[in-house]
Design a protein around this ligand. Structure first.
Ligand code: WTA
Length: 631
């Protein structure tokens, strides 16, 4: 990077975990585990993979031919065999696999045995429709148990699922169906959201207008009276299931066969279909749910991500099922019927491990402590976060108000492309608010300059993963050039994350934001995340977004958009205070030239601030692809 900013160290807070958490952690000594991994990376992964059941063992753990890696070469497996049969054999047959709560209070409970039977029967139903190994099935459903069943049923027979978040509109859905050449679409007639029934089927109908690959549509009918179906083209979820055979042995998959394609949007161009495989992804999901999230056998575990995102794939479904955990899943958004609902659910289901996103935490902060304080949150043992930098203010609130200074905060950094966690603070380790943590054992990562050399502590650089790992994406679907663009040659090839970061002298990594979010003001690099974090640490601010606005003199001006805490009033004094506060926190170069107060910020449906939309608005230009923008 051309101009590296020296990030002066502020007094960094460090939280030491309570001794019982050190004992409770599965990785008790980070340094020792990391050393063991470094000594023999392949043996490290071999030992983890050996916990799982394989139909045939691998000939070789890793085969790396830049930029393509194969893991568990020639091994045969099926992820559903490990998510289901493995637990039936291990006395978990009657354990609850899934608690589901609808918005209207309806509850559905699946034990491992019941889930196993449902998956097998629906898998047969898909086969009866002509779905074969290697075919793509698009799943466009609300967060209901049938969505989990549909995903697992695909994996059972070797069909490739591509899940599309049910909040996407017709053209985004069409793009994903066409891109993946899906043969079957599984949907529901409606989705319940914030007290309203939102029709989904009309969206699917529109999305199918120019989608010649689709032969059948399976519809889960929730509405009353049930939606009419088009003969021979649309079929009812439960009717085809009822007609199908009960027993469906797991398809024998090669470790390198595709398990799923998940689309993620880039800053430009069409969304990318990220391809994950049966073997490596399974090992990554299993390892991190067990060792990072530290989920224990009698825990009730809740990851609030929608299955339409990678977090939903890996940590709402596959990871916990691989571990044989009890999953809690719900349709409830965090603010309906009121902002106490999630805390109420934690109390009533006795949630032990709770995994959510900074955007949700900041939303709760806006409404104050009284809401969570109404409920008994003493069941919580581990709190985790993903998706954006967990700024120190949000960390403190999560740690104190929700975790009552007992629960470790696990700030997990990773990407759709990485498949599973890469950088985080493990339970039992010292926590530094603002820092995600260190690369987990199994992962090699560093902060480097544009030539690939590590940068000194506290200097901004690019976050890179410097060696392949089992759950890495294998391809971008039908786009080898885009896949290759992630990999950098050089002395040592590395995977570019496109995130900016700094590392401290203990190896803790702070994420500064995407490299395209970097703002250069008068030759100084400023990460959007640090400016936003500084603003949020002011008592009047709930959320903030920073952008660079082209300026003839400075190159860029720093402009910020601010949402105030309920009840705070805009006046000259407040504007002055905010600027002063940023100056005190980050220094004069980071003081915003313009502050605009807003009621909301443009966000992706997974809760990330879309700064380029703000920037385009500001400059009166086309914002580019906005298919991921939340309404
Ligand atoms: C950002 C989500 C800071 C980052 C799993 C990354 C984070 C992108 C964190 C991937 C975190 C994710 N701290 N930033 N703990 N986790 N990010 O593909 O910019 O939806 O590159 O995967 O989210 O987003 P994706």
């Amino acid at each position: 990077m051309t101009n590296t900013t020296q990030h002066t160290e502020h007094t960094q807070k460090v939280y030491k975990p309570a001794p019982e958490y050190r004992n409770d952690a599965r990785i008790k000594d980070y340094d020792l585990s990391y050393l063991n991994f470094q000594k023999d990376p392949e043996d490290f992964w071999r030992r983890i993979a050996s916990d799982l059941l394989w139909f045939r063992p691998w000939d070789k753990v890793k085969d790396w031919e830049y930029p393509h890696a194969r893991w568990f070469v020639n091994a045969k497996c099926n992820i559903t065999y490990n998510c289901l049969e493995r637990h039936l054999k291990n006395n978990r047959r009657n354990k609850v696999a899934l608690f589901w709560r609808g918005e209207d209070g309806t509850e559905k409970i699946y034990t491992y045995d019941r889930l196993y039977k449902a998956v097998m029967q629906f898998a047969n139903a898909l086969q009866d429709l002509g779905v074969e190994k290697g075919d793509v099935v698009c799943i466009y459903m609300p967060t209901v148990p049938e969505q989990v069943i549909a995903m697992l049923a695909c994996a059972r027979i070797g069909a490739v699922h591509t899940v599309v978040f049910a909040g996407y509109g017709a053209s985004s859905l069409n793009q994903r169906i066409v891109g993946s050449e899906a043969k079957v679409v599984i949907t529901a007639d409606a989705s319940m959201r914030r007290g309203k029934s939102i029709p989904l089927k009309p969206i699917v109908e529109e999305a199918l207008i120019h989608a010649p690959s689709v032969e059948r549509v399976v519809v889960l009918r929730i509405q009353d009276p049930p939606t009419c179906l088009l003969d021979d083209f649309e079929v009812d979820f439960y009717q085809i299931m009822k007609k199908a055979e009960k027993n469906c042995p797991a398809e024998v998959m090669d470790a390198e066969d595709t398990l799923f394609i998940l689309y993620t949007s880039g800053t430009t161009g069409a969304p990318k279909g990220i391809v994950h495989t049966c073997g490596g992804y399974m090992v990554g999901a299993y390892y991190t749910t067990k060792y990072v999230l530290n989920v224990k056998d009698d825990d009730v575990y809740w990851c609030t991500a929608d299955p339409g995102w990678i977090t939903g794939h890996t940590y709402a479904i596959y990871g916990p099922l691989l571990l044989g955990s009890t999953i809690f899943m719900t349709e409830h958004t965090p603010d309906y019927p009121d902002v106490g609902i999630w805390w109420q659910l934690i109390e009533s289901y006795g949630i032990n491990v709770f995994y959510t996103a900074p955007t949700a935490i900041r939303m709760f902060m806006r409404y104050g402590e009284d809401w969570p304080n109404e409920y008994d949150l003493s069941s919580l043992r581990i709190l985790a976060s993903v998706g954006e930098p967990l700024n120190p203010e949000a960390f403190e609130w999560f740690y104190k108000v929700i975790g009552k200074q007992r629960c470790p905060i696990i700030d997990t950094w990773w990407q759709t492309e990485t498949g599973s966690h890469m950088i985080t603070t493990l339970a039992g380790e010292e926590m530094k608010p603002g820092y995600a943590g260190k690369p987990i054992p199994g992962i090699m990562a560093d902060v480097i300059d544009k030539d690939g050399n590590p940068v000194p502590p506290h200097q901004a650089g690019y976050l890179a993963i410097t060696a392949p790992w089992p759950s890495m994406m294998r391809h971008v679907h039908n786009d080898e050039e885009r896949y290759k663009s992630y990999w950098n040659t050089g002395k040592q090839p590395y995977y570019s994350t496109n995130d900016l970061a700094i590392k401290d002298e203990d190896g803790y990594i702070m994420i500064l934001g995407r490299s395209d979010d970097l703002i250069i003001v008068s030759g100084h690099n400023i990460g959007t995340a640090e400016v936003e974090s500084a603003l949020i640490s002011h008592h009047a601010v709930a959320e903030a977004a920073a952008i660079g606005k082209p300026d003839a003199v400075k190159g860029n001006l720093l402009k910020v958009f601010v949402i105030l805490i309920e009840g705070k009033i805009v006046n000259e004094k407040l504007i002055h205070d905010l600027k002063y506060h940023v100056r005190q926190t980050l220094g004069p170069i980071a003081v915003p030239s313009e502050i605009e107060f807003v009621d909301s910020l443009p966000k992706t449906r997974s809760g990330k601030i879309m700064r380029r939309v703000l920037k385009a608005q500001e400059m009166g230009i086309d914002p580019g692809d906005i298919s991921t923008l939340d309404e």
